[in-house]
Structure formats: C-alpha cells, structure tokens
Design a protein around this ligand. Structure first.
Ligand code: ARG
Length: 588
C-alpha cells in the first residue's frame, strides 16, 4: 500500500485544538498552580450545536479540591488568553467548556494541510513504546474467523499508534506448544496422508487431530500413547522434535499467506515454545516467594483478598508437572520487558479470555510489584451467523479464513463488474480484491468491539451505509473529479488564499479538522470503531457538500476553493482507511 501520510509530517504543525489546549492549560495553572495539566484535554464537541471543541477536564480537578466546578470553569475562562480566532467560549452544564472557532482559523488550517504540513493530526509529544500481541493463532489448526478479528483490530491499533509517533512492536504469540501435539504426533506416525499434506497441510493436520481425538475417546490405551508422545517431545526426542518442527513450518507458511493477503506484518513471531526454558525457573520463583503454593499436586496462585478473583485461583503448574498458558504468558511478559522495555503491553483476544488476563495481570503485579508497565486486555465479542448462532459454514464446520476471503473477493467482483464495465478484467479483479477484503475488515472494525456482531455479506458489501465500499466509493468519486479534468494530484493553495462560504463547506471542513482528535481517541480507548464512525460522518458531510455546492461548474475563486476541499477530503479518507488496513481504489 502506498502511504499518503508518511511524507506529510515533516514540519511540526500547529492545529487549533492544540493551541487551545495549551492556552487552557496555562489558564488552569493560573487558577490552580498545582494542577496536573496533562489531564487537561480539548476534544471535539459531541454536539455541534453547542460548539466545535469541548473540554470536560475541569470537573476532575474541581472535585478532589472541593471547588464548585462551574465556578472553576468561570475562573478559567476569565484567565484564558483566548486566541483571537475563537468566536465564543462558554461554560456549560455542570462545568464543561465549549468553544467555537471562526472561519479564518479553519481556512488557515486547511491551507497548511494543502501545503502538506499536516493532515489534521500531529505526532505525540509523549511517545511511548507499545508491544501489541495480536492474531496469535494455534499451530496445526486452521485460522478461523475468530482469529481474523484479533488480526484486524490489532493491526489497525498498531498502525494508528505508529502514525501518532509511538514506537510499536508487534508480536504474533502463536500457540506452537501444548497438549494437542501428543495426539498430533500419534496421528502423524500412524495415519498421515502425505498427498493431502502436500495439497492442504492444515486441513490434513486438522483431520489427523480430529481422528486421533475420537480414537482416543474410544480407546483409553491410545490416550496413554498420545501422552507418551508428548512427554517425548517435551524431553527433546529428536524424531518428535523433527515432526513438530515440520508441522510448525507448514502452519506458519499457511498463516503467512493469509497475512500477506491481509497486508498485515509482524515484527516478531515468537511462539509459546520460545519461552520453554523460562517456565521452570518462574514456577520455582513463585514457590520460593510464596506467591504460589502446592494444592492437590498442582502449583496454584490464590487471590484470597481479591473480590473478583477470590473464587478463581490460577494454576502455574499442573499436577503432572507441566506448565500452562498462564506460566507461558508470565514468561512472555518477562521476556518482553527485558528485551523491549515497553511502557505498555496490549493483548488483543476474544472476550472468553478475560479471566485469564485478569489472573495474569494480578499475578504479574505481585511478582514484579515495582514495574510501571501498563497492561491492557483489548477483548472482542463473537462473530455470529445470520441465525444468531456462532458463525459456521452451511455444513456446520468453522469457516476457514482463506475461504472467507475468497468469497469476499468473488462477491465484490460481481458488484465491481456490474458498475465498472469500462475496466479491464484484471483491473476489475484488483478493485474487487480491495473492496472484498476491505468489506470484511470493516465489518470487524466498525461495531463496538465488545459486542457480538452478525456476519452478513449483504450488509458489509452494501454501497450505502457504514461500510468499507461506501467509504471507498466516496474516495473514488473524489479521485474521478481530478482524473476526468486531468487535474494534478497536488493543486496547491488557491492563489487568493482559501475561503469558504456555504454551511456545507464549513460543516465538511470542521469535520476534517477533527481527524487527529479521533485518532487520539482510538488509541486511548483501543477502539478503531471511532475512526470508522468518523470516516462515515466525513463521507456523509462530503455527500451533502457535493450535492449542494457545484465544484467543476462553479466560478472562480469558488471552483479552486472547492477543489481544494475535495482533495483534502480524499486524502483524509484514504489515510483513515489505510489506518484501518483498507486500501482505496482510484476507481470503483
Ligand atoms: N493462541 C491463543 C488462542 O488462540 C491466543 C494467544 C493470545 N496472546 C497471549 N499472549 N496469550 O486462543
């Protein structure tokens, strides 16, 4: 994917909300000299009838100091060195501040964006290092739709953190060690179909696993055999290690082809097995420091004084002596802290792992009590079929990711071929690829991540509504204005300076100005759906503008002004989609 944004950020830009925020902080310090000013933030006003920007931060300052928040807000407004371009600043509600900006500052900010000084966001003054742990499928099992949500959400968060100037290390924590390998090894040795392995490795591994699993259920002696294979693997038996290695490579190459298709890359893929040598020492340390104790033969951490976890002790070693998922995650965290010194570690998984991460974080706090690292579990809900049950194929199997992406592209191709008969077959296919993948990704990103969502091809591919194709179409429509008139990609600032006149132009341009605030909200709440909603609003504001304000048919200087606004809208749409991991075709 080409990047519109990397080239744009050379000069430190000054955006109106930043200036306002700085002055507001100064005013607060004037009123409360010991205030924590980092907490004073300006956001876009949720309701445009009340203003363009809003700050609700004063209330948190007033409360512990027992000051009346409205009185504080009034004092701050009085102390505020209001920038001349603020049209109104007022106290509202229980102690909010609302600000409205004037046309002049909007036009000057747009001009600096046209000159490429910014794209309505700026890099952070406080860069942090993030480890983002996402995707993390399990070896010898096909990636399914549940893994896509982690992949898509994690990738989008990583992209957004990076563009805001944070350091991001992505790590795919694949499940490449565990009890499933006992059965897999047994199956491999007794019933491997080499031909099938060559054509569909993961399919064959899955078949072996299922077959051995049901055979073990019927014949307990076989289960013993599987356990013995696992013990041999764990003890470093060369034959079993060799087979395990082969399963690993086959799985990884299949995962990689999916990642390549999705445009997702990882800085590291350190699977669970990477941490094997750390497990025993961690269990020993837990025991020595009395963080864990033996209970029914297992090593267990109890949370007696923790209201929520009291009823959920966590095992760090099973009674057979094997470490588990929790132990491995402790070792992983230890390695990440030693190696990358992150300020924050973010885990993107399904909501069913909430208890695991609560336990993990609690054990970690006791184990490394001085560590300032922030740990976040970014969880998401299930993907349901249109019948409201977990999303499955018609025959009841889990839907494989590769098949799903194929179908998305095929469905998109039907739509693209119908609408773009002037494109060559190859061009139609390329557009369909972007539209199909975009639709699937957007369907994962646009809902509140914590709610389940219903997977619907018709909804996600619709050209109307909050969908990727709608946004891609809005972008392509803007590009077509430039293409049809043979206009350069970079028009420059209109010679007489930019000016705006209609309400639709102002509404659209104010939306453009909010892009950076939205990106900041995305990373602070780990919610890419904020960006989806923003882009949907932006495309809506553009549609209204385009309906009411003629562009090519307008007289100068209006024509140049409006073309510049179109161009900036196209850039923000493209950049926003890129942060969601979605490509923007030039035509559609
Ligand atoms: N492999 C796990 C699964 O598929 C997800 C791993 C998530 N990351 C972690 N550090 N636990 O359920």
């Amino acid at each position: 994917m080409t990047s519109v944004t990397t080239a744009i950020l050379r000069i430190p830009p000054v955006l109106p909300h930043r200036i306002l925020e700085e002055r507001l902080r100064a005013a607060v310090i004037h009123c409360i000299p010991d205030a924590e000013v980092d907490q004073i933030v300006v956001r876009s006003c949720p309701d445009v009838r009340f203003g363009d920007y809003q700050s609700t931060s004063l209330m948190a300052l007033a409360k512990p100091r027992k000051i009346n928040p409205r009185k504080l807000a009034e004092d701050v407004i009085r102390a505020l060195d209001v920038p001349e371009w603020i049209e109104s600043s007022e106290v509202a509600g229980p102690g909010f501040l609302n600000f409205r900006i004037g046309p002049e500052v909007i036009c000057r900010t747009l001009e600096s964006a046209i000159r490429g000084e910014h794209l309505f966001f700026e890099t952070t003054k406080n860069p942090r290092t993030f480890v983002v742990d996402f995707s993390s499928p399990n070896v010898a099992k096909p990636m399914h739709v549940g893994h896509i949500r982690s992949t898509i959400l994690g990738d989008s968060l990583a992209r957004t953190l990076r563009i805001l100037g944070h350091t991001v290390i992505t790590d795919n924590h694949i499940g490449d060690w565990g009890t499933q390998f006992g059965k897999l090894l047994l199956g491999w040795k007794s019933g491997l179909d080499l031909q099938a392995l060559r054509t569909d490795a993961l399919g064959e591994l899955e078949r072996l696993y299922k077959q051995t699993n049901s055979r073990c259920d019927a014949e307990p002696a076989l289960l013993e055999g599987a356990r013995a294979e696992l013990v041999k693997l764990q003890d470093g038996d060369p034959e079993n290690l060799g087979i395990w290695q082969e399963m690993l490579e086959l799985s990884r190459s299949q995962f990689d082809s999916i990642y390549q298709r999705l445009g997702v890359r990882f800085d590291h893929t350190l699977g669970e097995s990477f941490y094997n040598s750390r497990l025993k020492p961690i269990v020993a340390e837990m025991k020595d420091r009395s963080l864990a104790r033996v209970s029914e033969g297992a090593m267990v951490v109890f949370f007696d004084d923790h209201p929520e976890l009291k009823a959920h002790p966590a095992l760090v070693q099973k009674s057979d002596g094997a470490a588990n998922y929790t132990t491995t995650d402790l070792a992983t965290l230890q390695y990440r802290l030693e190696t990358w010194h992150p300020d924050e570690v973010v885990y993107v998984t399904d909501g069913r792992q909430q208890l695991h991460f609560k336990q993990l974080f609690e054990i970690f706090r006791r184990w490394k009590s001085g560590s300032p690292v922030k740990l976040a579990h970014v969880w998401f809900g299930a993907i349901l079929g249109e019948d409201g049950k977990p999303f499955k194929t018609r025959s009841g199997d889990t839907v494989k990711l590769a098949d799903l992406l194929d179908e998305a592209e095929a469905r998109a191709l039907r739509m693209v071929a119908e609408k773009n008969s002037d494109l060559t077959d190859a061009e139609q296919k390329e557009v369909a690829r972007m539209v199909g993948l975009g639709a699937v990704k957007y369907a994962d990103l646009a809902p509140n991540r914590q709610s389940d969502y219903v997977f619907s091809w018709d909804k996600m591919l619709a050209l109307n509504g909050n969908t990727a194709p709608y946004l891609q179409y809005a972008h392509a429509r803007i590009r077509s204005i430039f293409r049809k008139q043979n206009l350069p990609d970079d028009l420059g600032v209109p010679p007489q300076g930019l000016s705006l006149s209609t309400p639709e132009e102002f509404a659209l341009c104010k939306t453009l100005l909010n892009f950076g605030l939205v990106l900041e909200a995305v990373v602070s709440d780990y919610r890419p759906n904020y960006l989806c909603n923003y882009l949907y609003d932006l495309a809506g504001a553009f549609a209204q503008f385009y309906e009411r304000c003629p562009v090519l048919k307008a007289e100068e200087p209006e024509r140049s002004n409006r073309l510049a606004v179109c161009q900036l809208t196209g850039r923000v749409l493209k950049c926003g989609l890129e942060l969601l991991g979605i490509e923007s075709p030039e035509r559609m």
